[in-house]
Ligand binder design. Structure first.
Ligand SMILES: [Mg+2]
Length: 268
């Protein structure tokens, strides 16, 4: 027997001038929760970093790599053939082990106050994200999350349930951006990300913010450099908010475009 949560279609916001779509893990949280459980309970950091490198270099896809990581979490730590790293165990470990960017709450409120929808677009699993939100950002409980789900089995094992199982991304984040790009007039889409799960979305955003990682895990930055995708590094949402203000409160569209061209230059 297995239990699958339903995967619902995203709500698309119409008639907006600006929309924010943001990755969750490593972008809103200070550490990637999937990396956290893989490093602590699964294959470990070294093997996980090597797999991420293969995804960045397009030698492996995210969907299959992530599934290998989850399998390693299930397999590792088995006692008498019984899974000890159950989904509930991992969810609770993440909720207590992971921290969020403490400027995100203010950023969210700024967006809300300026009629800018904020959507979390994640390659993680919704119940884990909800658990971290309720522990650290309880007032943001109403935020829309477009992500994968989870499948649990009677023997305690679990697996990810992908939103787009046919895609090598498992969750193809570019599909969350596409409806906005197709609108007439199209809103300016600010996308925030950091890692290999954001590669599919990187090209679709009007303004791509890439979170800079002092720990050297800058997979999205490296990918943007390799593929000459315009991006801008940021370290906190406060910093991004200050830059967004210039665009949002620009007096003319021409001025808006000039600011974007200046702040998101071509990659040399
Ligand atoms: Mg991430």
């Amino acid at each position: 027997m297995s239990q699958e949560s339903p995967i619902s279609e995203p709500i698309v916001y119409h008639g907006k001038k600006f929309v924010v779509l943001s990755d969750w893990d490593g972008t809103i949280t200070t550490e990637d929760s999937n990396d956290y459980v893989t490093d602590n309970f699964g294959m470990g950091r070294e093997e996980r970093m090597a797999l991420n490198g293969l995804v960045r270099d397009k030698k492996e896809n995210f969907r299959d790599a992530f599934r290998m990581m989850i399998k390693s979490i299930n397999e590792n730590g088995k006692e008498g053939g019984k899974v000890t790293h159950t989904f509930d165990f991992c969810r609770d470990a993440v909720a207590s082990g992971i921290k969020v960017d403490d400027t995100f709450k203010g950023f969210y409120e700024f967006c809300e106050g300026n009629d800018i929808p904020v959507v979390i677009v994640s390659s993680g699993m919704e119940p884990i994200i909800r658990a971290v939100l309720s522990k650290h950002l309880a007032s943001l409980g109403g935020i829309q999350i477009v992500s994968n789900q989870v499948k649990t089995f009677d023997d305690g094992s679990w697996d990810i349930q992908y939103r787009h199982p046919e895609s090598g991304f498992g969750h193809d984040k570019s599909k969350a951006i596409a409806p906005y790009r197709a609108m007439q007039p199209a809103p300016i889409v600010f996308f925030f990300g950091d890692g290999v799960s954001d590669l599919s979305a990187a090209q679709g955003a009007t303004c791509l913010f890439v979170k800079y990682k002092p720990n050297g895990e800058n997979f999205l930055m490296e990918y943007c450099q390799q593929n000459k995708i315009k991006h801008r590094l940021f370290e906190s949402f406060k910093e991004a908010q200050d830059l967004m203000k210039l665009i949002i409160f620009a007096e003319t569209e021409a001025e808006q475009h000039n600011i974007i061209a200046r702040e998101w230059p071509e990659v040399a």
